[in-house]
Design a protein around this ligand. Structure first.
Ligand code: SAM
Length: 238
């Protein structure tokens, strides 16, 4: 039994590897989050392999759904399966069943955003989506700031401003950020500036977003305030 994770384009359909196309052709079935979306990709490349829906609601039934197959590809809506999508749970299950699991290298939103940001790339943290609210959200932001590495986050358009505001509160208004919007698509944009400027710039955010935050140094302007806040929250500074 073999499961291959196949990264798919995050916008531009040219961003798919030759190997990914070959695997999509040779597997028995392409399990995917959205059969319509993946179906369009397969159609674009003239690949007749059947699809099967396996999303966050059905991944729990994966064993039963995949029982008839011995060689399966998994593709999510965009990018690399397993990064902020149901791919991670499928891998966990497949390993439990003793399947061979392989992952093809390929497109993902976080790497282009990070490397184009102009911020340090030698050490970084991937945070994905922050919790929507409550103490956990606050603690994660404080922990990110404390870590002192560049941080990469995913965000939806309707939550972008709230997230920029919450980050500004901890990191300070002048802290550097890059906001990558609609990567590889027609309206691709990479905004580079401070958190305050990003809030001014994105008044009515539309599209898909990756946020890249520069590392926070406790010694930097605002660092003292951060250290105090960490102490108040019961989290120690570095
Ligand atoms: N597995 C995907 C990957 O490898 O990047 C991520 C899946 S996650 C459900 C979707 C999020 O990825 C979006 O909310 C957005 O933050 C980010 N994203 C995906 N495509 C993007 C694009 N073209 N431009 C900017 N961000 C994108």
């Amino acid at each position: 039994m073999r499961l291959v994770l196949v990264p798919t384009p995050i916008g531009n359909l040219e961003d798919i590897t030759l190997r990914a196309l070959r695997v999509l052709k040779e597997v028995e079935v392409v399990a995917c989050e959205d059969t319509r979306r993946t179906g369009l990709l397969l159609k674009h490349y003239g690949i007749p392999t059947p699809t099967l829906r396996l999303d966050q609601h059905t991944v729990g039934r994966a064993r039963e759904l995949l029982a008839p197959y011995r060689y399966v590809a998994y593709a999510t809506d965009a990018g690399t399966p397993g990064i902020s999508d149901p791919g991670a749970e499928l891998v966990r299950l497949a390993l439990e069943w003793g399947w061979r699991v392989e992952a093809l290298p390929g497109p993902t939103a976080l790497i282009p955003a990070l490397v184009a940001s102009g911020l340090p790339t030698h050490r970084f943290t991937f945070e994905g989506f922050l919790p929507k609210g409550g103490r956990e959200r606050r603690e994660r932001i404080l922990a990110l700031a404390r870590e002192g590495r560049t941080a990469v986050l995913y965000e939806s358009p309707h939550r972008l401003r709230k997230t920029l505001e919450d980050l500004l509160e901890v990191y300070g208004p002048d802290h550097p950020v890059a906001v990558a919007r609609e990567l590889s698509k027609l309206h691709e944009e990479i905004f580079r500036g401070s958190l305050r400027e990003a809030l001014e710039h994105f008044q009515e955010p539309r599209g898909e977003f990756v946020l890249v935050l520069g590392p926070k140094a406790l010694e930097a302007p605002n660092g003292e305030a951060l250290a105090r806040r960490l102490k108040e929250e019961g989290l120690s500074g570095r």
